[in-house]
Each structure stands twice: as C-alpha cells, then as structure tokens.
Design a binder for this molecule. Structure first.
Ligand SMILES: [Zn+2]
Ligand SMILES: [Zn+2]
Length: 159
C-alpha cells in the first residue's frame, strides 16, 4: 500500500522518521503527502486518515487531469503551429519572440525543434497569444477528462 520515496518525513502516527507515502493519496511533486514508518502504522492510522485520503485522492486526480490538459494543449499548439519563429531571446525574466506571421491560407509550419529552450520557456512560446485557442479547444478536452469517457471529439462547427 505504500511506496518508498527518497525524502525523509515524520510518520503520521508515531512521528518517527518515515519514508513511505500513502500511495492512495500520494500527491505529485509540489503537493504534500502523508508518510508512514511502517505498514503497521499505516493500518492503525487508517481510521483517522480515511476521509483525508479521499480528499487527497480527488485532489491528485484533478492535478493530473490539469497536467494532462496542459500537455495536450502544448502538443496541440506544437502540431498546429502557425508562425515562422525568427528567434527567441531571453533578457532578464522576459522572453522576446520574433515571429513572422504567415498568411491564413498557409499550411501549418512545424514548431522548430532546435530553439534550445528549456521546457518552461518552450511552454511560454507555445502559449503565446493562445488564450482564445485554449478556451475553445481545452473546454472539450477537460470535460472528457473529468467525465471518465475515453474519446475526445473536437467539433467546433456547431458553435
Ligand atoms: Zn510510525
Ligand atoms: Zn492516503
């Protein structure tokens, strides 16, 4: 029921050093998790932890859905990129993107692979001026993710 992580924490029951997080509600990187020193402590603490665990599991599911939605949005923009990137420069905390907009009739231009950007900078470039796109397309995707259905039909023709 528990899985070992490299981080040392305190056991939720006996407060001894603990390295095993409750797997059911184990959160992702930037969310807290509940730790135990042993399976026995985890079992004994379950009555107390049960309700909190359900909340944590829902939170983790939503967090993962949001991560998936973000990844799909970035990949969608990558596959349907519309402008020619002339260059990207970082000055302080500002990314300056030089783009050449192509005509509306142009075929999609592949997103360049050799920009040498970090993952977060690439995400910033891909999200540049994409507010309306994300609202239009991601509404459907997020709805499917939260509904548990496994097919995504993007149909903008009906409005
Ligand atoms: Zn313990
Ligand atoms: Zn839990």
């Amino acid at each position: 029921m528990a899985e070992t992580t490299p981080t040392s924490q305190s056991c939720a029951l006996c407060e001894q050093p603990a390295t095993q997080a409750c797997k059911a509600c184990k959160a992702d990187v930037d969310l807290p998790a509940v730790y135990y020193c042993s399976i026995d402590c985890q079992r004994t603490h379950w009555v107390e932890h049960k309700a909190e665990c359900a909340v944590g599991a829902s939170r983790t599911a939503l967090y993962r859905a949001a991560q998936m939605a973000r990844d799909m949005f970035l990949d969608f923009n990558k596959q349907t990129w519309g402008d020619k990137i002339l260059g990207v420069k970082e000055r302080g905390n500002v990314l300056r993107i030089a783009i050449q907009e192509l005509s509306v009739n142009a075929i999609y231009v592949p997103f360049p692979k050799d920009l040498g950007l970090s993952a977060s900078d690439e995400a910033a470039v891909l999200s540049h001026c994409a507010c309306t796109t994300s609202l239009a397309y991601m509404w459907d995707v997020i709805g499917v993710l939260l509904s548990g259905r496994d097919e995504i039909l993007l149909d903008r023709s009906s409005g």
